[in-house]
Design a binder for this molecule. Sequence first.
Ligand SMILES: [Mg+2]
Ligand SMILES: [Zn+2]
Length: 187
Amino acid sequence: MTRRAAFLDRDGVLIEEVHHLHRAEDVRLIPGAAAAVRRLRELGLAVVVVTNQSAVARGLCSEEELAGIHARLRELLRADGADWDDLLYCPHHPTEGVGRYRTACDCRKPSPGMLLEAARRHALDLGRSFLVGDKASDLEAARRVGCAAVLVRTGHGARQPPGTPSDAVVADLPAAAAWIGDRMVAP
Ligand SMILES: [Mg+2]
Ligand SMILES: [Zn+2]
């Protein structure tokens, strides 16, 4: 038995884009994001957050600060009846930063390592799953494992050029959840 998933990028999709966010008090949900996450789970999808956090490699945010940010984000979602099934982050960067974080890993999007790891953990059917992102690297990670890719116009999505390859382009996460909902009920 396998589940379908909705993979959600964090910055610019779930929360407002803040360059190298490192303080929990700066976490702001995109309007309607919690209701959208609720809707995705009501559809039976596993909601999995997948986020590149090279701020860790760059020494701008510690893994402890990152844990605080994610605790705050989860608190905001839960206050509105939403939650995620899992969250995976890539703390690496191939050329920037220090120590073990400076590495050409296979988890930094557009590599699909986080999607593959989530699929392994939760027995997900990637070919029938969805990803919502605001950057071409998100959409490319989805493409590499056969997920449908939805580009939102929030965050960096406002600046993605027309013709960026995706299965849909919508305004924001609530619109993405509606698009996914339509696909779930289609024969
Ligand atoms: Mg993003
Ligand atoms: Zn990584």
